[in-house]
Unconditional design. Structure first.
Length: 222
């Protein structure tokens, strides 16, 4: 048994519903990390699974784990080749103009003593593409579906701020951070779906239900 929900399982892959607040790598200052759960996630296998891609600590939802090195390499290639379909849901701190669109920006990483590191839109950066669609509005906020084509660090978060002109609710880097007034305990971003194609096998398909903190803000995944 594991206390992390398992959304998909077979001999070479697991997809878990990663809780918000769980870091994939052990934080420098200490705290919970995915490796704390590796023993549980063996599920009878001798080898602990390995994460194929990254989710920010605050981001909840679909995380693909490989159960052996060959699968890890194969799945990693699928991400690099942009063959993986990723669906995210996020709550914006306002309501954007329009119903849908595509954000294309070149992104670079910068660092400063007062703010630490973050991503910015810069002509010399790496290209990034995210398709977005407004799903619902409630209380001056919007639930947005994001389908990123590329997988840059903080891509959806910086695309909201620089592309849509408003941050994800609760984002401490690109917005005003968590606060009781907004009802956002974290950066409100959820990896809702994942489809990973495989040769000679059915695709890995997983969907993670909308978390309680999204529902508390009046949104459902309808």
């Amino acid at each position: 048994m594991t206390d992390i929900p398992i959304l998909f399982e077979d001999g070479e892959a697991l997809v878990i519903d990663k809780p918000a607040g769980l870091s994939i790598d052990r934080p420098r200052k200490g705290g919970p990390a995915l490796e704390d759960h590796y023993e549980q996630l063996k599920l009878g296998f001798q080898r602990a699974p390995s994460p194929v891609h990254r989710l920010d600590t605050d981001t909840s939802g679909c995380l693909l784990l490989a159960r052996n090195p060959k699968a890890l390499k194969r799945f990693g290639m699928a991400f690099e080749q942009r063959l993986v379909e990723k669906r995210y849901l996020g709550i914006l701190s306002g309501i954007p103009e329009g119903e849908a669109g595509t954000i294309e920006l070149s992104l670079s990483k910068i660092s400063s003593a007062d703010r630490g590191w973050r991503m910015i839109a810069a002509k010399k950066g790496k290209p990034s593409v995210t398709h977005w669609r407004k799903v619902a509005e409630h209380d001056g906020k919007a639930l947005i579906e994001f389908r990123p084509e590329t997988g840059r660090t903080h891509q959806i978060r910086i695309h909201c701020e620089a592309g849509l002109g408003m941050s994800l609710l609760g984002d401490p880097v690109y917005g005003t951070g968590p606060d009781k007034k907004s009802g956002a305990p974290r950066t409100m971003l959820h990896a809702a779906g994942l489809v990973v194609p495989r040769e000679n096998k059915p695709a890995i398909e997983a969907a993670a239900p909308l978390p309680r903190d999204f529902a508390a803000l009046g949104f459902t995944d309808g």
